[in-house]
Write a protein that binds this ligand. Structure first.
Ligand code: LLP
Length: 379
């Protein structure tokens, strides 16, 4: 199991993941640097990414990452070059797009044949995939251990996963028959859904893994294939629920058809409504069981941010207790893709991150200062 660091990665998170005995998937030199700086063992890290720079490949090889997930066949040449220089054999896997259109927002569906990620799951002679495998075999410093796919994110059904596994099984079979390529390892990506409503428990991992593993094992048996070592790399399923964002209400604006609750953050710390119309739930922290506020004019209540955009919405149609300026509200299930996707838009400093365990709180990432906002700039 690997944790997809893109969901949320700071040094303390890297340490926590390692302490839990989980590996790490990174997609940039910045994520790799963060993990290594926290003492994450490089051999438990895999480097992913659809547009790796030469420097990122060199850094990955030189740091001794366990696997590089090759997304474009051109990477192989660079990996061989740096692995030779480093005098080591680099393990790699190749990412394939299974050609399955996942049932999710189009921005987070990644498995279709026209996806920008990976090579098409096509084992015909002369395809990108067969050429890449052939080329890798000519590289003495590359060991291609298997295949990788990631069909999409925030999936609540298992069909997209099992369909993808079926495609990959056919691929594994034809790669075995035509190229004598054995898939020793199969990384089936992440994508397990994260719940948005705190009163609904998250799906158990078995909900996803049992049908996936059954499809894989049955398929390998019927095709006469070795069962590969199966790897998963969920992100949000691990961290989403653990995150709560606290905002202070700056003002409440009651208009004839809508009531706005404006808070001291917004799309700069959580752009997910703006990007994917992601849904959240919020409560007033000192009145969590209080009555939900229904404006007398019947209009909806929207929780909005302080950025200069009408699309800076956190919850479009919120169910929350009556609040006033100065009250603190909490948005649940904001652990994934919020801090990691935050920006300093409007020169807003990024918020702090606080880990809480058994009633003890620890600041693990400081709130950015105004000096941080201008760091490195000159006039
Ligand atoms: N593995 C690979 C290769 C991926 O591309 C991703 C997500 C994951 C694992 C983890 O997916 P997860 O288990 O977290 O769904 N910013 C978007 C999500 C982008 C996900 C991209 N890749 C959002 O906020 O929903």
């Amino acid at each position: 199991m690997r944790y997809a660091g893109k969901a949320f990665l700071i040094r303390a998170m890297a340490k926590l993941i390692h302490d839990e005995g989980i590996g790490l998937d990174v997609v940039s030199e910045g994520e790799l640097y963060t993990a290594l700086s926290a003492g994450f063992p490089p051999s438990d890290i895999e480097m992913n990414g659809n547009a790796k720079s030469r420097r990122e490949i060199q850094y990955s090889v030189d740091s001794g990452v366990g696997r590089i997930i090759v997304d474009h066949p051109d990477e192989l040449k660079t990996i061989e070059e740096y692995a030779e220089k480093a005098g080591r054999v680099q393990r790699v896997m190749i990412r394939v797009a299974p050609g399955v259109d996942a049932h999710t927002h189009k921005y987070i569906a990644t498995g279709s044949t026209d996806s920008k990620f990976g090579v098409p799951a096509d084992s015909r002679e002369g395809s990108m995939l067969t050429e890449a495998i052939r080329f890798a075999r000519t590289c003495p410093h590359i060991d291609m251990t298997g295949l990788h796919f990631h069909v999409g994110s925030q999936l609540f059904e298992t069909e997209d996963f099992t369909k993808s596994v079926e495609v990959i099984l056919r691929l594994m079979k034809s790669l075995k028959d035509n190229l004598n390529f054995t898939t020793h390892e199969l990384n089936m990506g992440g994508g397990f859904g994260a719940v948005i409503n705190p009163s609904i428990p998250a799906m158990k991992s078995e909900f996803y893994t049992e049908p996936m593993m059954k499809t894989l094992v049955d398929g390998c048996k019927s095709y006469g294939l070795e069962i590969p070592c199966a790897i998963l790399e969920p992100g949000r399923w691990i961290i989403s629920e653990a995150g709560i964002t606290l905002y202070t209400v700056e003002n409440v604006r009651e208009l004839p058809e809508i009531t706005y609750i404006a808070v001291n953050g917004g799309m700069s710390d959580n752009p997910r409504y703006a990007l994917y119309q992601a849904e959240y739930n919020a409560v007033k922290i000192d009145d969590v069981d209080g009555e939900i506020y229904r404006p007398s004019n019947g209009g909806k209540v929207s929780i909005v941010g302080k950025c200069c955009e009408s699309g800076d919405i956190l919850i479009d149609d919120a169910e929350i207790q009556r609040v006033k300026a100065g009250d603190v509200i909490a948005l649940y299930n904001t652990g994934a893709y919020t801090f990691s996707m935050s920006s300093t838009y409007n020169c807003l400093p990024r918020p702090a991150v606080v880990f809480v365990e058994n009633g003890e709180a620890k600041v693990v990432a400081e709130r950015q200062s105004l000096e941080d906002i201008i760091r490195g700039q000159s006039v």
